[in-house]
Design a protein around this ligand. Structure first.
Ligand SMILES: [Zn+2]
Ligand SMILES: [Zn+2]
Length: 438
């Protein structure tokens, strides 16, 4: 088996891994890296002419955003993933195309991409050429999967985690870790650093809720930037729960950007959520997806009114790292108000405005305007990823494991994590564009 890293090696973004079996070639993920200039996987001179199929782990752009580019350039293989992944991918890819307008993507290519969608269920074995493919729940976002590949021609096996979470969340069960078996593990390492120890979830939640309560009581706005898919839905469910139980004062929760569209896909794929959520919908009058506290912001005019009004409220909106999106508008208006708060709940990539603010910068350029941040800034790790200890636990759960390949992490985290992995495994920290032969 030969594995080539077109992206997501030594970085977070543009995950794209080529796996050459004896007869069949599969691409695991096809993501983009959103940066000042968006970066694409480095496919090199092989291109994708000889790739038989793509398997996508989940609907975040760093794992699926490259698909429309591939189909616009003539890729004809199928793209395999769970049903919610492909449905959510459609939503976030169309948003990405609308905002980024990449020159090498055509309408025809995007249609071809959708025509080549093939749904896979968790836990079932499928054949793609010589590969046997099986998906397991990854606990990261709705439909997210870990991919097991077995080359039937050689008997070699590989497990690719994609992004995963070992703790259960409001909406999802944790990553599946029973009876996993593989020769090689390719694992993410977003929070694999020595200092990446997540405090107990309860503690984080308490801090988050009392911070929001304080903001509401002092008449400010709580701005929560979030990816459209994943954190946003979790945060909305948490807020709804605490408001219903009376712990949080009742206030409007404004939902802006693509979050509501993604929410609808969560709702109609509720069978992929935890049992409790399914029961809640079936057995009670209250549909948690349609809380009376949620208000979907319809368009620019309403956004402007909410952003500049004095109403104390909670706003959950995109983009998660403050690189454009409706959050910019809210932030420009609230930044100078010391009673308001900017609350980070997700990963902030280097060089994004979100990361700069977290690192202490208080004058930030947003949408071409210099904005002085006088509002409070806080961070709560409601992360959808595994921390160091959970990453280690995943490794220890895999039977027959020989090789551990570390991807999807900032360089320093990968170095730290690789040193911590048990010496009985052969550890690889591939660089961008490199290959390993196993
Ligand atoms: Zn992700
Ligand atoms: Zn990712």
């Amino acid at each position: 088996m030969k594995i080539t890293f077109y992206g997501g090696a030594g970085e977070v973004g543009r995950s794209c891994i080529r796996v050459d079996g004896k007869e069949t070639t599969i691409l695991l993920d096809a993501g983009v890296k959103l940066a000042q200039q968006n970066e694409m996987p480095l496919l090199g001179k092989e291109g994708f002419g000889d790739i038989d199929a793509v398997v996508v782990t989940h609907a975040h752009l760093d794992h699926c955003g490259y698909l429309p580019h591939m189909y616009s350039q003539g890729f004809t293989g199928n793209v395999y993933a769970t049903k919610p992944t492909l449905e959510l991918a459609n939503v976030i890819i169309s948003d990405y195309l609308r905002l980024s307008k990449p020159k090498d993507v055509s309408k025809h290519g995007t249609e071809e991409m959708v025509r080549h969608h093939r749904f896979l269920d968790y836990f079932k074995s499928y054949r793609i050429g010589d590969f046997e493919v099986k998906l397991y729940p990854a606990g990261h976002i709705l439909g997210s999967a870990m991919v097991e590949l077995k080359d039937t021609a050689t008997g070699e096996s590989l497990l690719y985690t994609g992004d995963f979470n070992m703790r259960s969340t409001r909406l999802l069960d944790p990553a599946y870790t029973e009876h996993l078996k593989a020769d090689t593990l390719i694992t993410e390492s977003t929070y694999g650093g020595d200092a990446d120890v997540f405090p107990p979830q309860r503690e984080v939640l308490n801090g988050f809720i009392s911070s929001i309560k304080e903001t509401i009581l002092t008449g400010g706005k709580a701005l929560i930037p979030s990816f459209a898919v994943g954190r946003a839905q979790e945060v909305l469910f948490i807020l709804n729960d605490y408001m219903r139980s009376g712990i949080l004062p009742q206030t409007n929760i404004y939902i802006d950007g693509m979050i509501n569209k993604a929410m609808r896909i969560y709702r109609h794929n509720v069978i992929y959520c935890r049992d409790e959520i399914q029961k809640q919908i079936l057995m009670s009058e209250d549909d948690p997806f349609k809380s009376k506290f949620f208000h979907v912001v319809k368009g620019r005019q309403e956004r402007g009114k909410i952003a500049s009004g004095n109403e104390s409220s909670i706003v959950v909106t995109t983009s998660g790292m403050l690189k454009g999106g409706p959050i910019v508008k809210y932030l420009q208006r609230s930044a100078g108000d010391p009673n308001s708060k900017l609350i980070f709940v997700g990963y902030q990539a280097p060089d994004t405005p979100g990361r700069k603010i977290l690192d202490g910068e208080r004058t930030i350029e947003l949408d071409g305007k210099q904005v002085k941040i006088e509002m409070k800034v806080e961070q709560y790790r409601l992360s959808a990823h595994a921390d160091r200890q959970s990453l280690m636990r995943m490794i220890s759960r895999i039977e027959g494991l020989k090789n551990v390949v570390i991807v999807h992490g900032e360089p320093q985290k990968i170095v730290e994590f690789s040193k911590a992995v048990d010496k009985k495994y052969k550890v690889y920290t591939p660089s961008l564009g490199s290959s390993i032969e196993l």
